[in-house]
Write a protein that binds this ligand. Structure first.
Ligand SMILES: Nc1ncnc2c1ncn2[C@@H]1O[C@H](COP(=O)(O)OP(=O)(O)OP(=O)(O)O)[C@@H](O)[C@H]1O
Ligand SMILES: O=P(O)(O)OC[C@H]1O[C@H](OP(=O)(O)OP(=O)(O)O)[C@H](O)[C@@H]1O
Length: 311
């Protein structure tokens, strides 16, 4: 089947694909899990970068994470998932005064990392401004140039004294090989940086995976898909907390669990008691339970949310 001829009338959705098999594309699996949570059904033929969604008028286009902002920005695809670092790098390449056509509509929470300025651990360089006028190697040349332009106080168009060179990978080797005095590279666990004898001295961008749309793209199917994705992400971030509490303590407990809009309150058969049900951010739940106990709550139950729709 010639898939390209079947794209007409479909929302084009760019999802990150793996370029190099050993790394398997850091954003790919979490993205596929997210699509499955939204009941986006498709089968990708081996080596094909286009997959038609069976149950919705959507076509998935598998592209390298770094290229997705370009395709979205030019309106060639309507929607995409990539790292915020990639969007920032794309935006930094735009001519001064030109605004980006890549609009972030949802933080997806996974793929967290930081683009950091790194120098040899044992050396005289202590802060980013010590690298001004020296050699810096990176895969993110536009962001690095903007960062040092700011440090140098250089006007747009004025030549930088810091020399920024592009490499496509293994950036951390540049210092050891004498190509660079410092690098600007992604740090997730910090293992690569540590193994290369480097330390971070500044952060250019903090990143997570984001859902982006082309500024002019708007359709019912785009709104539906964004709403489904938001529902799955919200469900992953929140738990449902239920507890019983004396009615006179309700106002203080409601401040601890205000919910997304407001907590649900149900009267109990027992005089003077109510049951409360409220969504709570997963990362806060232990503290919230401690606080609820202190104000007299009992029978506290916490449940995972399989899916949600709150917009
Ligand atoms: N440790 C990490 N190293 C690189 N990117 C990371 C890391 N952790 C999270 N990310 C995010 O993943 C994005 C890269 O995605 P992905 O790995 O799919 O791209 P790729 O480099 O094209 O794939 P591959 O690594 O298979 O070549 C980065 O831009 C960043 O947002
Ligand atoms: O902080 P960590 O968890 O160690 O991850 C960070 C490393 O991962 C990425 O490299 P990648 O593995 O994609 O290889 P590359 O250097 O060839 O791009 C990135 O460029 C860092 O080198």
């Amino acid at each position: 089947m010639d898939l390209v001829n079947h794209l007409e009338g479909r929302l084009l959705f760019a999802v990150p694909k793996s370029k190099s098999p050993p790394n398997q594309g850091r954003l790919q699996q979490a993205t596929l899990d997210l699509l499955s949570g939204c009941d986006v059904q498709f089968r990708r033929e081996t080596r094909l970068d286009i997959a038609l969604v069976k149950n919705l008028p959507i076509a998935l286009i598998f592209l390298p994470a770094a290229d997705i902002p370009t395709f979205v920005g030019e309106g060639r695809v309507d929607l995409g998932i990539t790292g915020r670092d990639q969007v920032a790098e794309h935006d930094a390449t735009l001519p001064a005064g030109e605004s980006s056509n890549v609009e972030e509509i949802l933080d997806l929470g996974f793929g967290a990392c930081k683009l950091q300025v790194q120098v040899p651990e044992k050396g005289e360089l202590k802060e980013a401004k010590d690298l001004v006028g020296r050699n810096v190697v990176t895969s993110f040349t536009a962001l690095t140039e903007a960062f040092f332009r700011n440090l140098e106080g250089a006007e747009a168009g004025q030549k930088l004294t810091t020399k920024i060179k592009y490499v496509g990978g293994s950036v951390e080797a540049a210092c050891a090989l004498g190509v660079a005095d410092g690098i600007v590279d992604l740090v997730e666990s910090g293992e690569t940086m540590k193994a290369a004898g480097l330390k971070a001295i500044d952060t250019v961008v903090s990143s997570t995976a984001v859902l982006v749309k082309s500024r002019k793209a708007n359709s019912d199917i785009l709104a539906l898909l964004a709403s489904r994705l938001r529902g799955v992400i919200t469900a992953q971030k929140f738990v449902l907390c239920q507890y019983n509490i004396p009615r006179e303590q309700l106002s203080v407990a409601s401040k601890i669990t205000p919910g997304k809009r407001a907590p649900t309150i149900t009267a109990l058969e027992e005089e003077g008691w109510v049951a409360v049900s409220s969504m709570v951010e997963k990362k806060r739940i232990a503290t919230v339970m401690d606080e609820l106990i202190k104000v007299g709550a009992s029978d506290i139950l916490v449940m995972n949310i399989a899916n949600s729709r709150t917009d």
